[in-house]
Design a binder for this molecule. Structure first.
Ligand SMILES: *[C@@H]1O[C@H](CO)[C@@H](O)[C@H](O)[C@H]1NC(C)=O
Ligand SMILES: *[C@@H]1O[C@H](CO)[C@@H](O)[C@H](O)[C@H]1NC(C)=O
Length: 996
């Protein structure tokens, strides 16, 4: 019994490895319920019908290639209608219900129940059937309810065979198996959660465009635009989208025109099974601006003046697209993705929409039901404002809500909007050009957050269409797969199993054992966390505090650890997997780490110069070598596999000084000190933790005057989460010296009592620990003295006063204790979590800047009166170090007021039984606009957080409880920081407090 269970468990794991989070039906060994595909190098024949969709026939030939990739065996692919000549073989029969005469015959002959898929958009079933055709005793059928249903059925099996959807786009090798089977019971899938699921290739210069020019053209692009994005390129994209269970594409448009550049583009998209659209700002299936500029070079894109020309332009777009499956973008924006002029009013835009409806009638016929033509109206930026101000479009038009370009969806359909026949959708971003700064180089979106946002879109019925801006497509492979796959089947993922998306992905891509997959899962989680909490483009030398909470040190060591574990895995993989791992994991880790470390190193370099430390120069060299390394890594990527991905990492990323990309990478500014001159402070520099000052000598950070300052002091208490303090002993110039450290009390413990400093070893860190057992409660003071001796130099001595405060909490208290004047708590570590009406604060593991986040689930339209909703309670102990005044900052994700302007996202907080306070994290803004605090390089999205602050007074020393109440859904809380007077500035907040 036990043994059987174990075997079943192993199989489940093995199969899961090949199809991320999906139902599985493929095996590599026979069982008593298996149907053979390849046995003894012989592949079962595959039958299709000549009257099936050409796209199905094309995918069937991919299916044959996929079988060969796995087994080496070549299956035959034949068109048949009723009586195939398959001998004694048991074929695989592929086809579309109601389209393939073969499949209709099989369904008739076998009485197979297809009611679960008939008429269901993109559904499929696959299973073994008996006597499907004359002379055929059994077959495995893969039946789609429609064209893409059949195609997904095929690719779903291919993925389980071990052919990654990224086999070409990320060079994922296929693991060989001599034999291949499917389970007789087969696999099936109903209609996807989201009807249209797509990607948007955007801002494709310099990477994607230069790469495509090198790989898909002979040097000259399309005649009118010069675009390299021809059908050779696009068919690769179409296949990828279909393998990922997507169905929709907004093509590259910055200097390309999909329909114009290659006459095959639109035809092949439709043949493959891809629904085409155009971006939020390109109405009526025309590339705008490029196509308009080509056709009407001297006409302004101004509907008040040139509506006849613009209508003609749109008419041609509809005529061209009429025979192909399309979703039309309607409405209008200014040229080049800018707002229309201020004089544009709602009446004019409503006229535009009316004229577009007339164009549809002109092309499709006056009696045609225009409501059956899929249309979207993108409520992007100012257009959302027009909607809020009352602009209407026909009910059958899908309202495409947008995120803020930074992954925070601005609005979900509210109850009164959910019955619209056109439904609603979401336009999302993994890549962006614009305020406050572009991010278009490396993956900087957490899947955990994408899940949080898109699951809310599901809960609030924005499921008609999802489109995500993917920039150059690479290197956002994993995020794209999650987005499209989640839209295909949103029931697969929840907060409790989401981490298995990446581990399952790692197993499929790199064929690694569970423990390696788990390590890759951790690497990806950390990589994306570090890149998402502040995008690399926004890092500056002052982002992480260089002096408090060891924040910069911790960031540096976390990057180092990440590099180390990624390198270990890279080295352990067989060489055929390394190119793929490099693209998908290793390059993003190494290059992000390199930049993260370089910018902190520049900050330390700048600081040390002001402290007259010789090691300033070493850090300058570190920064310079990291700057060179950035280009080495880029070159390594671009020259992988004989240059298959040439130019793909060309994107500049360093030296942003306004929102737009810099024209070349620029190194952060570094300082140097004169290495041959002894500084005025003498041979020895003493820099205690927590100050920008340095002793001896003058420095504005030592005391108000900056000169003649007293010796430094260090304060420490027994509940500080960082339980020791360090002092850096540094060279103040070219002269070597010996130093000694002495403490004048037995409770002072030093990590060393002496050392040598020289130009080649210019730094030493000395740790001071406190033996708290020797101390009584209250203030204790001692001195630690650093003395330097160097030949020919006067002796140098710096005393440091150590103030050690020992405190005790009342017996029986359990919870977080104030240390260093702060209580810091990860939101997930609530003392109590109180559900109300079945709604509970639930952890989103991995989400956010530090550990995880809490959000009330399940989501619904319910809101709660202040103080009555589901709550999180945090017990803490304070020592009244700030006269009973506490300032509490709740770190909240920058979620928008998605339920409408008159129902902003709020939460309530309460200290003990004091009156609850209500906070609205995201301030109101004018329709279509963003609140001021959102923007800027230190705004909400740059920081990936909103600090929500409340003040509380008359808080006695002792035990207290801080409570957070849900008021509205979609609020996401990451961390709570209670300032009892000791809070220091930092990016991520203080480390979590000690819990007793
Ligand atoms: C099946 O028939 C279609 C339509 O005539 C054709 O395009 C396709 O190439 C045929 N496939 C095979 C495998 O013969
Ligand atoms: C299947 O059977 C039904 C009823 O028996 C018949 O009307 C239909 O034409 C058959 N379809 C095919 C493709 O043979």
């Amino acid at each position: 019994m036990v043994r059987l269970l174990l075997v079943a468990g192993l199989c489940a794991l093995l199969e899961q490895a090949l199809a991320i989070g999906q139902q599985t039906c493929v095996t590599f060994q026979p069982s008593n319920s298996s149907f053979p595909i390849v046995v003894k190098k012989k592949a079962t024949p595959i039958l299709v019908a000549s009257d099936d969709w050409p796209g199905v026939q094309r995918a069937a030939s991919d299916f044959v290639s996929d079988i060969q990739r796995v087994t080496g065996a070549q299956a035959s692919l034949t068109n048949v209608t009723s009586t195939p000549n398959v001998g004694s073989n048991t074929p695989i029969i592929i086809g579309t219900l109601g389209k393939s005469s073969l499949i209709d015959n099989v369904v008739n002959a076998t009485g197979l129940d297809v009611s679960s898929i008939r008429g269901q958009w993109e559904a499929f079933i696959a299973r073994e059937v008996q006597n499907p055709l004359p002379g055929v005793s059994k077959a495995y059928v893969i039946i789609g309810a429609d064209k893409r249903g059949t195609i997904y059925g095929l690719y779903d099996h291919s993925e389980q065979f071990g052919v990654s959807p990224w086999y070409w786009w990320a060079d994922v090798p296929t693991t060989q198996h001599p034999e291949l089977y499917v389970d007789s019971a087969g696999c099936s899938h109903g209609s996807p959660t989201v009807k249209y699921r797509g990607i948007f290739l955007n801002d494709e210069q310099p990477a994607l465009q230069s790469w495509a020019a090198a790989k898909f053209t002979n040097g000259t692009g399309a005649p009118q635009t010069g675009s390299p994005f021809n059908s050779k390129f696009y068919t690769k994209v179409f296949e990828l989208i279909l393998r990922l269970k997507g169905n929709y594409l907004w093509p590259a448009m910055w200097s390309s025109a999909f329909g114009l550049d290659d006459p095959q583009n639109q035809f092949l998209a439709d043949m493959y099974g891809i629904v085409m659209g155009t971006s939020h700002q390109e109405p009526m299936m025309r590339a705008t601006p490029p196509e308009f500029s080509v056709e009407f070079p001297n006409v302004a894109w101004d509907y008040t003046k040139n509506n006849a020309t613009i209508k003609k332009f749109w008419l041609e777009g509809v005529q061209r697209a009429k025979n192909f499956e399309s979703v039309y973008t309607i409405g209008m924006r200014g040229f080049g993705d800018l707002p229309l002029s201020e004089s544009t009013n709602i009446a004019l835009l409503e006229q535009v929409v009316q004229d577009q409806t007339d164009i549809f009638k002109q092309v499709y016929g006056q009696d045609y039901d225009v409501s059956s033509i899929p249309q979207i109206w993108a409520l992007y930026k100012e257009v959302e404002g027009y909607y809020d101000d009352g602009m209407q479009v026909p009910d059958y038009v899908t309202l495409l809500w947008s995120d803020d370009n930074w992954g925070n969806i601005r609005r979900f359909p509210i109850a009164s909007e959910r019955n619209r026949t056109g439904g609603a959708g979401v336009y999302y971003h993994f890549d962006f050009v614009g305020d406050p700064r572009d991010y278009k180089w490396i993956g900087a979106s957490q899947i955990e957050k994408v899940y949080e946002q898109m699951s809310a879109a599901v809960d609030f019925d924005a499921t008609r269409l999802w489109i995500v801006n993917v920039g150059d497509l690479k290197p956002y492979e994993r995020e794209i797969e999650f987005f499209l796959g989640y839209g295909w089947n949103a029931t697969r993922w929840n907060p409790d199993n989401l981490n298995t998306f990446v581990t399952g992905w790692a197993q499929r891509e790199f064929d690694v054992p569970d423990n390696t997959a788990a390590q890759i899962g951790d690497i990806v989680a950390n990589l994306t966390r570090f890149n998402a909490r502040r995008k690399p483009e926004l890092l500056d030398p002052a982002t992480f505090t260089l002096i408090d909470y060891r924040e910069a040190d911790n960031v540096l060591s976390a990057w180092n650890a990440l590099e180390k574990s990624s390198t270990a895995i890279y080295n352990s993989l067989s060489s055929n997997f390394q190119a793929s791992f490099f693209q998908l994991v290793h390059y993003p880790v190494l290059a992000s780490s390199n930049i993260g470390k370089m910018i902190i190193s520049a900050g330390l370099n700048n600081l040390r110069a002001s402290q007259a430390r010789l090691s300033t120069n070493d850090l300058a060299e570190t920064v310079e070598s990291m700057f060179e390394n950035d280009f080495d890594l880029e070159t390594q990527y671009n020259s992988l596999l004989d240059g298959k991905w040439v130019h793909m990492m060309d994107q500049t990323r360093l030296g942003y000084y306004y929102w737009q990309q810099p024209m070349t990478n620029t190194m952060p500014a570094v300082n140097r000190v004169q290495s041959r001159k002894l500084g005025l402070g003498g041979v020895m520099r003493i820099v205690p933790e927590g100050t920008r000052g340095a002793w001896p000598g003058d420095n504005p950070n030592q005391c108000a005057q900056g000169y003649g300052c007293p010796p430094p002091s260090i304060s420490v208490d027994n509940f500080s989460p960082i339980n020791n303090r360090y002092v850096d002993v540094s060279a103040g110039g070219p002269i070597s010296f010996a130093f000694t450290v002495t403490g004048n009390s037995s409770w002072i413990k030093l990590s060393t009592t002496k050392g040598q400093i020289s130009p080649t070893a210019p730094e030493q860190r000395v740790y001071i620990d406190i033996d708290w057992n020797q101390l009584q409660d209250g203030a204790n003071s001692a001195q630690v003295t650093f003395k330097a001796t160097a030949s020919g130099q006067p002796p140098s001595s710096v005393p440091i006063t150590i103030n050690a405060q020992k405190r005790s909490v009342a017996g029986g208290f359990k919870g977080f204790v104030e240390g260093a004047g702060v209580v810091s708590i990860e939101a997930a570590h609530a003392t109590r979590n109180n559900a109300v009406n079945g709604i509970t604060w639930k952890e989103l593991p991995g989400y956010g800047r530090t550990l995880s986040a809490m959000t009330p689930l399940p989501r619904s339209d319910s809101s709660f009166d202040v103080g009555s909703g589901p709550s999180l309670e945090y017990d803490f102990y304070n020592f009244n170090t700030n006269s009973g005044n506490l300032t509490v900052t709740v770190y909240v994700s920058p979620s928008f007021n998605t339920l409408g302007m008159n129902r902003p996202v709020r939460l309530a907080t309460q200290l003990d039984s004091q009156g609850a306070q209500t906070s609205q994290p995201m301030p109101d803004a004018a329709p279509g606009a963003l609140p001021a605090a959102w923007s800027g390089v230190n705004g909400f999205v740059a920081n990936s957080i909103i600090p929500v602050t409340t003040n509380w007074s008359n808080v006695s020393p002792g035990a207290h409880t801080f409570k957070i109440f849900m008021v509205e859904p979609t609020v996401v809380v990451q961390k709570i920081v209670i300032n009892a007077g000791g809070l220091r500035a930092s990016y991520l907040g203080p480390p979590e407090s000690i819990q007793v």
